[in-house]
Design a protein. Structure first.
Length: 553
């Protein structure tokens, strides 16, 4: 797989297509594929192969909604985009550029990037209706997490949650990109783990929610599990499971992050949920993620048998917790339901200097931590052994990364609260972050925070793309797509675009949606629709602008 801009294990692949007219080659264009959550296994959210969209044309009248595709249910996962797929079934067969979208009704769609035609659709079973009565989602829970694609094997991996005759069940599927059939038999997800008294704790799909984006690394598909609204906390615990990418056979080992037998409130959890953010990997293939709250007494953490409120580094075979960082205020986080695990962990591409392996993470209490991946910092009740601690605001969110074209130095984009902020990554004399610019305030309701992506052409023309949470005081509950120019000068970045990008009637459940940018298009999947934005042909600009809703620049 192509490694883009120094980002390892990238899910962003670029190929060169040649267009010919009258037998003559007239243009070479890079076609990017986004095959995993937030573009790569670092979870940078950065597409550095975007040759079409620039600050100049995104801020102009030609940018707006191109088309809208009706879907059968709400979408909580992120779209994925693959160029040059050979569609082998249905009436649209041939070489296509395809967007793959999965819904909470367990339907997987293959949609034409340039046309909006539905090439293929496959339903994987009846979804579960309001699991445990939890309304922190849509009425249905089916495919809740972002799938992952192996573009070489031409396989899409997805986990479906189905209402079986015997109760709720999870199955992992390996679907052929060209026809959406199963390449190997789907695997019913089952697991067991020993608690500290030697008793066996069994995975129970009734109480486990599979929300974080899937991770493909080390020849393995990994998935994290949390809970539904913290209901059934006596029976729900944080799990990380893995399956062979070739056969879907489960790994011999798995991990549960609370193996204690009792707690003051019979409340366990230590979930992996991260507002849908996917687990990341480091240079050695270790898996990093953040856990959420456990017993509200704040007394059950020991860093061994209960790893709540922590950044955790796990080895690829899921046998060993290699390192962790737990904030010094861990007890207060548990007591106040202030999950550190409401946000994911971004692993930066290797940096210059004596500390090349850096990561950032932040959660509900508003602190942003700069971490050394080689020494995460452990736990001390007195102080945090980290490289830096910064105020970013409450974060039901995830961070992004890009390299600035002026100085060639990395930037971290935070999206806590209601504003995007750009921090410069300083590497001398010791790693630190310094605030560079702040966006205008986004419209939105629900919990604080949102998600961003970055597009650029190499390191030229970076654009920050953001999706707001729905505006809950509006009868239509719109979600807005924003574009910001981080190089616009000064501490206040310019807003290039704002437009309605779908609706979200399930306002009790956060719209933890991520804009996906590839090949001149911005993909936004929301409630029963996929909207695709881009540069409109001149002949249809007026009609398309009307479809796009209100916009300001």
């Amino acid at each position: 797989m192509l490694q883009a801009s120094g980002i390892r294990a990238a899910g962003l692949c670029a190929t060169i297509l040649l267009s010919a007219i009258g037998g003559g080659v007239v243009r070479a264009a890079a076609q990017a594929s986004v095959t995993t959550y937030h573009n790569d296994n670092n979870r940078t959210g950065w597409n550095s192969h975007e040759t079409v969209l620039t600050p100049a044309n995104v801020s102009g009248a030609s940018f707006g909604l191109l088309y809208n595709v009706a879907l059968d249910d709400q979408v909580d996962s992120g779209p994925l985009v693959v160029s040059n797929v050979t569609i082998t079934a249905g009436k649209f067969q041939g070489l296509k550029n395809v967007a793959y979208v999965a819904t909470e009704s367990n339907t997987v769609y293959a949609i034409g990037v340039n046309s909006g035609n539905i090439f293929l659709r496959r339903n994987l079973g009846a979804p579960v209706h309001l699991p445990l009565g939890c309304n922190n989602n849509g009425p249905n829970v089916g495919i809740n997490s972002t799938p992952v694609i192996d573009p070489v094997a031409k396989t899409l991996y997805v986990i479906a949650y189905t209402q079986d005759a015997g109760g709720p069940a999870y199955r992992i599927h390996a679907l052929d990109l060209g026809n959406l059939t199963d390449k190997v038999p789907p695997q019913l997800i089952a697991a067991s783990h020993r608690l500290i008294d030697g008793t066996v704790f069994n995975f129970n799909a009734t109480y486990q929610r599979q929300r974080p984006g899937l991770l493909l690394a080390n020849g393995t598909v990994y998935a994290g599990f949390g809970s539904f609204c913290d209901l059934g906390a006596k029976f729900s615990r944080g799990w990380l499971l893995g399956w062979s990418a070739q056969t879907l056979e489960p790994l011999a080992a798995n991990q549960v992050f609370d193996t204690q037998v009792s707690s003051p409130h019979s409340f366990f959890l230590s979930s992996i949920w991260m507002s849908g953010y996917g687990p990341a990997t480091d240079d050695d293939g270790n898996i990093l993620f953040v856990t959420g709250n456990s017993d509200p007494s704040g007394t059950t953490y020991d860093g061994v048998t209960n790893l709540q409120e922590s950044v955790v580094k796990l080895n690829p075979t899921l046998t060993t917790v290699q390192d962790l960082f737990t904030p010094s205020n861990q007890a207060a986080l548990d007591q106040r339901d202030n999950d550190f695990g409401s946000g994911g962990v971004l692993v930066l591409p290797d940096q210059p200097g004596n500390n090349p392996h850096l990561a950032v993470a932040g959660g509900k209490d508003g602190n942003l931590y700069l971490l050394n991946v080689d020494h995460l910092g452990g736990f001390s009740p007195d102080q945090d052994d980290v490289l830096g601690k910064y105020v970013e605001g409450a974060c039901w969110c995830g961070h992004s990364y890009y390299v600035d074209p002026i100085d060639g130095i990395g930037r971290i984009v935070t999206s806590a609260g209601r504003r995007a902020k750009v921090f410069k990554v300083n590497n001398s004399p010791v790693p630190s972050l310094s605030l560079q610019s702040t966006s205008p305030m986004l419209l939105g309701g629900q919990d604080p925070g949102f998600f961003t992506s970055i597009s650029s052409n190499g390191e030229v023309n970076p654009i920050i793309w953001a999706l707001s949470h729905p505006v809950t005081d509006s009868p239509s509950f719109p979600i807005y797509l924003y574009a910001f120019d981080p190089r616009s000068g000064g501490s206040a970045m310019a807003q290039l675009f704002q437009g309605v990008a779908g609706t979200w009637p399930s306002v009790n459940g956060n719209a933890n949606l991520v804009p996906v940018v590839a090949n001149g298009h911005v993909f936004v999947a929301t409630y029963k629709q996929l909207q695709v934005f881009g540069i409109k042909p001149k002949a249809v600009q007026p009609a398309a602008r009307k479809m796009g809703g209100r916009s300001t620049r």
